[in-house]
Design a protein. Structure first.
Ligand SMILES: Nc1ncnc2c1ncn2[C@@H]1O[C@H](COP(=O)(O)OP(=O)(O)OP(=O)(O)O)[C@@H](O)[C@H]1O
Ligand SMILES: [Mg+2]
Length: 249
């Protein structure tokens, strides 16, 4: 197991947002977190990445207690997050954006000798460009990319740190069905074999991507299980999946 949350609580001035969350992430799995608006999904990510401190409980990542670590320290251990608010620089090309990410990742996670530093950065950047299948447009400014390609670039920027766990909060937010389909197949491909935790509202996406699913409702874990187990779970059906449109549930 790579991540282990045990008895995690978070409240904001008396508002209980996470309530005794127990959750483990296995190495190599794609783990989706679903639940109605306001269930506490983003807060869960914020607590894991160190943006907020849990009010109670313990979080372990790669066998280390990270409960009280600052975000940059957690990132340095290999836990990365792709933000909904993009960290893509619109005026920079795809290559420059990724190079920039590799450079800053290098500062926090890798150390090369001076001599092979530039070559190593170049090689890493090109490998990322290739993984993202953005080779043909590597010299195009990011602002000219299609929406799905921009999202791919964002995930690529998060991947630049070669994280051991990557968190994606609503990677298909604001996309049309068609864009969602493209983005999902791309995200699936570039995160293959990696450990991913993803918050997603589109149930088709969730059931096609996830190895395991955790359902949050009012800050509590209703259930964790395989897509089949979640689909047939009575409590989940009642609280969430039974609703016609999970988005507005
Ligand atoms: N920094 C904060 N201060 C006070 N309340 C907060 C803060 N962050 C989140 N909340 C509250 O915590 C609750 C859960 O919010 P959160 O954003 O985690 O939900 P979510 O499951 O991600 O919802 P959505 O599906 O809409 O993204 C909400 O009631 C929200 O208003
Ligand atoms: Mg959210």
């Amino acid at each position: 197991m790579i991540l282990d949350l045990s008895g995690v609580y978070k409240d904001f001035k008396g508002l209980q947002v996470l309530n005794d969350v127990n959750l483990t992430i296995q190495e190599g799995e794609c783990h989706a977190v679903i639940g109605p608006n306001g269930a506490g999904k983003s807060t869960l990510f914020n607590v894991i990445t160190g943006k907020y401190r849990p009010s109670r409980g313990r979080i372990r990542f790669a066998s280390k207690d990270i409960t009280h670590l600052a975000p940059h320290a957690i990132l340095r251990l290999g836990l990365a997050r792709s933000f909904q608010i993009t960290n893509v620089f619109p005026g920079m090309t795809v290559y420059e954006n990724l190079r920039n990410a590799v450079l800053s990742a290098q500062k926090i996670r890798f150390s090369f000798t001076r001599l092979n530093r530039l070559e190593a950065v170049r090689a890493k950047t090109l490998k990322l460009v290739h993984t993202l299948t953005l080779d043909a447009i590597q010299d195009v400014p990011a602002r000219e990319l299609a929406y799905g390609q921009q999202r791919a670039l964002e995930v690529g920027i998060a991947l630049a740190t070669e994280p051991r766990l990557i968190l994606l909060d609503e990677p298909t937010a604001g996309m049309t069905k068609e864009q969602t389909r493209e983005a999902v197949s791309l995200i699936k491909r570039i995160t293959q074999g990696k450990t991913v935790m993803v918050v997603e509202h589109d149930m088709e996406v969730v059931f096609s991507m996830a190895d395991r699913i955790t359902v949050l409702s009012y800050g509590e874990v209703l259930a964790t299980g395989s897509p089949d187990e979640i689909r047939s779970n009575e409590r989940v059906k009642k609280a969430y999946l039974g609703k016609k449109d999970a988005r507005t549930a």
